[in-house]
Design a protein around this ligand. Structure first.
Ligand code: AMP
Ligand code: GLY
Length: 424
């Protein structure tokens, strides 16, 4: 069979790497892909939100199955367009993807279906937003309603910060359309976890648990990024908590979306805050996480294509999903300046040596091929992933591989997995 992967990040490299292990897959295409994906797939220059371009490509190359990585494709309706053309594709429809595409939609939905989340208000007027903050107290979390690549969220501890954030969205329009409406919510304390499931619209299976590190610097300091590292499993989620999350959050979400006439087929990701054992939803994503997918794919024993096809047949209740007992850790190596401005086109050294480290796989994110050399082409450049018998061993293996790689200005966190180590 022929498979198309949409996207160009570390998540898509990990997905393509896993799909390539299925003996029935003769050929993988990736739109647009990166230099690492090019080693196992044919990369094609079609943008992730070019719906017509993707449909035309899939028709022309008789693609049997398409997998969507990023939300940017889903919110513009790539799945709906493929289905109209009788092309098999795995991911939620445009309407179901609103759960990530609009935070105010997600909050209203959670309120309606009694899904635990922070208290909130929705605003389009700066003065009303400011009085809400005054009457509800600090700290507050202020978020752009629409997609902002992980950069549209401000945690504000005082009035000055809250007013500045509100003005940047509603007065200065710094986040464009995405920030014309904002959600202001109560600040929740606790430990975050990524709870990713696969849904066929009716049945839903949790994947193994995972956790990412959003802040750019060690000790979870500095601004948020798309994720500087991740690991699986996440010890904060034990079996009892997993069952509670399924019962109180995931099942009501899938049932609620059905009741709204927006059945969810695809990977559903609840970003959770666990406070004293109580899980609440910070946000929904309608796709797998990046970098969480990298450690998940190296632990997944079941076949990914078979898993997605079973979901497309509506039979997930019959699937016995299997995971490796080993733990896995992914360390993201980033460009100097990320998550702010960064340069591209810098040559990366040591990739081959890193790939030889026992138990490690180097997933590419922002890389490109230039004059036969692999160069940086994004903020998050590589996701160096390794397995081990325990967190200590997986972390050691991952950093051993990281130590072989260098380029001018590379930076990465040195403490990925510290919470898991401290717990065990
Ligand atoms: P979101 O995109 O909504 O997940 O927000 C990005 C990050 O901001 C989350 O991963 C949390 O670290 C933080 N965050 C968001 N909402 C809250 C909240 N209500 N309380 C505390 N932290 C939050
Ligand atoms: N790692 C967080 C995300 O994928 O949204």
């Amino acid at each position: 069979m022929k498979v198309l992967v949409i996207g160009s990040g570390g998540r898509e490299h990990a997905v393509a790497w896993k799909i390539a292990q299925n003996p029935k897959v003769e050929k993988i295409f990736c739109a647009p892909g990166n230099a690492g994906i090019a080693g196992i797939a044919e990369c094609v220059p079609v943008k992730v939100d070019d719906v017509n371009g993707l449909v035309d490509f899939a028709k022309k190359h008789k693609i049997d199955l398409t997998i969507v990585g990023p939300e940017a494709s889903l919110v513009v309706g790539v799945v709906d367009a493929f289905e109209r053309n009788d092309l098999s594709i795995f991911g939620p429809s445009r309407l179901a993807a609103q759960l990530e595409g609009s935070k105010s939609y997600a909050k209203t939905f959670m309120q309606k279906y009694d899904i635990p989340t922070a208290n909130y208000g929705t605003f389009t007027e700066a003065s009303e937003a400011k009085s809400f903050v005054k009457s509800n107290g600090l700290p507050v979390v202020i978020k752009a309603d629409g997609l902002a690549a992980g950069k549209g969220v401000f945690i504000c501890k005082n009035d000055a910060d809250a007013n500045a954030a509100i003005d940047s969205f509603l007065k200065r329009g710094e986040f464009g359309e995405a920030g014309k409406k904002i959600v202001i919510e109560e600040f929740l304390e606790g430990e975050e976890a990524s709870f990713i499931c696969i849904s066929d619209g009716t049945h839903v299976l949790p994947l193994a648990s995972s956790q990412d590190h959003k802040a750019v610097y060690d000790g979870d300091q500095g601004p948020n990024t798309g994720g500087m590292g991740a690991y699986s499993p996440a010890p904060v989620i034990d079996d009892a908590l997993r069952d509670r999350i399924m019962k109180e959050i995931i099942k009501p979400t899938v049932a609620g979306l059905n009741a709204e006439g927006r059945p969810f087929v695809g990977f559903l990701y609840a970003g959770l805050m666990i406070s004293n054992g109580v899980p609440r939803v910070l946000e929904y994503n309608v796709r797998m996480g990046d970098p969480e997918t990298q450690p998940l794919m190296v632990r997944l024993r079941s076949d990914l294509v078979e898993l997605m096809n079973t979901a497309l047949d509506g039979k997930l209740d019959t699937f016995d999903i299997r995971w490796d007992d080993l733990v896995s850790v992914c360390v993201v190596m980033a460009s100097r300046g990320y998550p702010g401005h960064y340069e591209k086109g810098i040559e990366i050294n040591g990739l081959e040596a890193a790939g030889r480290v026992t138990g490690s796989v180097v997933f590419h994110a922002g890389t490109a091929l230039k004059d036969g050399k692999i160069v940086t082409d994004g903020g998050r450049v590589l996701g160096v992933t390794a397995v081990g018998k325990n967190y200590r061993e997986a972390i050691t293996n991952a950093y051993e591989a990281v130590s072989k790689i260098s380029w001018e200005g590379v930076h990465y966190r040195k403490d990925i997995g510290y919470r898991a180590l401290n717990r065990k």
